[in-house]
Design a protein around this ligand. Structure first.
Ligand code: URP
Ligand code: ZN
Ligand code: ZN
Length: 468
């Protein structure tokens, strides 16, 4: 009757913690109950938490990042790393180049992903060139085809949109039912401050943090929220780093806006001090928005506990450190301005939140599952196929040993970067066995799946855009 039965585990969903067996057939959960009949295969989960596989809805893989710069993960290494960290689905970005149609961009990214993924994947579209054709023709058609989320940038020359372009993109999203994610930092303010640093010869990595202050993030967050209110559309504010941006989200919600906040491990675990390491070591921590200070870390924890944040994602954006195509490229060795932005984290996201959040008593198990899986599925049109343990859902599961103590070290990780920002961090709890659509893909820490075992997911509209 069952292809696989997971027995004796503690089942954790965003709603409940219960003891029962999980019966799986044809890749889906078909029964939950006590003492289920024998399956063709059995996994004993005694002493383990059985959770929905993690969904990381903010991941960059094989994304071009400037002249001569190469991202350290492609779809194979990035999804392998994700799997080892307890994820069964990741949502990478498909970047539209200026002058390119969204369809052309998608064709290129599908070619990069095809046959290589070890988790299930689905693309968000980064809109950099919102032409009338992109807005009027492509976005509505692509939403129908299951590409139901977009990202826009308020920073980075070459990627940023002007306010009129953001308004037009939000309006296209409103009429088609796409959900828009916004990277909120004020590019003009950042350019101004980078200029000041350069005039002063202040070029070391720590200048990255001081040229991207909280005020630049807060102002852009306020503006993005205002633009979304004007259009009347829900938005996601991604990678929020500090209290002032959180307060903007809170105020917008109190005015009745539909806003989702996302934060990431770097804003809980790192600070701007990390960018001030010996020599150019600080380059390892250059990401945007930058890590802030201990008060901001405490604020982000509060946001996870109290609901300002519904999403906890990695913003995995890996570059090698000691490499001419990475952080220490020829120009990056001389000025922070040319250090590629982004840090790896897809494999460490879940263990860090489990250890620092659940084990340390800041959040409970169900909140952990909501923040790392269920809310991502609901928000990005994958629920209830993904993100929960229920009859009919895909059997995407992570079996956690909650007592396993590990010291995070790059040697043990599976990403393509040559470092982890969390080197030496001690964590308790790790997902030792991972199951993707009913197949054991990580068996007690050993990979037993091949590239191509992950599928591409066509998504429904977000529960949030359906609501308006
Ligand atoms: O520094 C970061 N976060 N790089 C990734 C691109 C982005 O803005 O998400
Ligand atoms: Zn961003
Ligand atoms: Zn990102």
């Amino acid at each position: 009757m069952f292809d696989l039965v997971i027995r004796n585990g503690t089942i954790v969903t965003a709603a409940d913690v219960t003891r029962c067996d999980v019966g799986i057939r044809d890749g889906r959960i078909v029964m939950l109950g006590e003492a289920l009949p024998k399956g063709k295969t059995e996994v004993d989960a005694t002493g383990q938490y059985v959770m929905p596989g993690g969904i990381d809805s903010h991941v960059h893989l094989s994304q071009p990042s400037g002249d001569g710069i190469v991202m350290a993960d492609d779809f194979e290494s990035g999804t392998r790393s994700a799997l080892f960290g307890g994820n069964t689905t990741v949502l990478p970005f498909c970047l539209q180049q200026k002058g390119q149609s969204l369809r052309e961009a998608l064709t290129a990214y599908h070619a990069l992903a095809e046959g290589r993924c070890l988790t299930d994947v689905s693309f968000h579209l980064i809109v950099t060139d919102p032409t009338p054709n992109v807005l009027g023709q492509e976005i509505p058609a692509l939403v129908e085809d299951g590409y139901t989320s977009l990202k826009v940038f308020m920073t980075y020359e070459g990627l940023r949109l002007r306010d009129d372009q953001i308004l037009a993109t939000l309006d296209a999203a409103r009429t088609s039912g796409a959900l828009v994610m916004v990277h909120c930092e004020n590019e003009d303010a950042i350019r101004f401050l980078i200029g000041k640093h350069e005039q002063a010869g202040d070029l070391a990595p720590k200048g990255h943090a001081s040229s991207r202050p909280v005020a630049a993030e807060r102002e852009a967050t306020h503006r993005a929220l205002s633009l979304a209110e004007i259009v009347g559309v829900p938005i996601v504010i991604v990678h929020v780093s500090n209290r002032e941006a959180m307060e903007e989200i809170d105020r917008a919600r109190k005015r009745g806006a539909l806003v989702v906040g996302e934060t990431c491990p770097q804003y809980l675990m790192l600070t701007a001090e990390d960018l001030d390491g010996d020599g150019w070591e600080g380059a390892k921590f250059v990401c945007s928005p930058p890590p802030r200070d201990p008060e901001s870390q405490a604020a982000c924890w509060q946001g996870l506990e109290q609901g300002i944040f519904d999403l906890f994602s990695s913003d995995h954006c890996p570059f090698k450190f000691d490499d001419p195509e990475g952080k220490l490229n020829e120009r990056g060795k001389k000025s922070f301005r040319w250090i590629p932005n982004g840090i790896p984290g897809v494999e460490t996201r879940l263990p860090i939140l489990f250890s620092e959040g659940v084990i340390k008593g800041r959040i409970d198990l169900s909140r952990f599952v909501a923040l790392t899986s269920t809310n991502h599925a609901k928000l990005y049109g994958l629920y209830p196929r993904k993100g929960t343990i229920a009859v009919g859902s895909d059997a995407d599961l992570a079996l956690w040993n909650p007592a396993l103590k590990r010291t995070i070290t790059n040697e043990d990780l599976h990403h393509g970067a040559d470092y982890t920002p969390y080197e030496g961090l001690e964590v308790t709890g790790w997902p030792e066995t991972v199951i993707l659509r009913g197949q054991v893909v990580i068996d007690r820490g050993k990979l037993v799946a091949a590239p191509g075992s992950g599928s591409y997911l066509r998504r429904q509209r977000s529960n949030l855009t359906k609501a308006v």
